[in-house]
Ligand binder design. Structure first.
Ligand code: FES
Length: 72
């Protein structure tokens, strides 16, 4: 698996999720139960429903408008 290329996922009934930095970064103030620092890749949620008031980013409106991505 290529760790350097950005990746995009389509979340069910929600936004596209763009992972734009595949190098794990330590998350400040987040630790495991044993005190180990935790890391994660960086991403951003992009609006797919068209209802966000902060386009191109998802602001959670898809939940309030009951956005469905099925084609039935
Ligand atoms: S997908 Fe979340 S606000 Fe549009």
């Amino acid at each position: 698996m290529d760790k350097e290329k950005p990746k995009i996922a389509c979340l069910p009934n929600g936004p596209y999720y763009l992972l734009n930095n595949m190098t794990p970064q330590v998350i400040p103030n987040l630790q495991s139960s044993t005190g180990e620092p935790r890391s994660n890749v960086a991403g951003v949620a992009l609006c797919r429903c068209g209802g966000s008031k902060n386009k191109p980013y998802c602001d959670g409106t898809h939940w309030h408008i009951d956005f469905k991505d099925d084609k039935n």
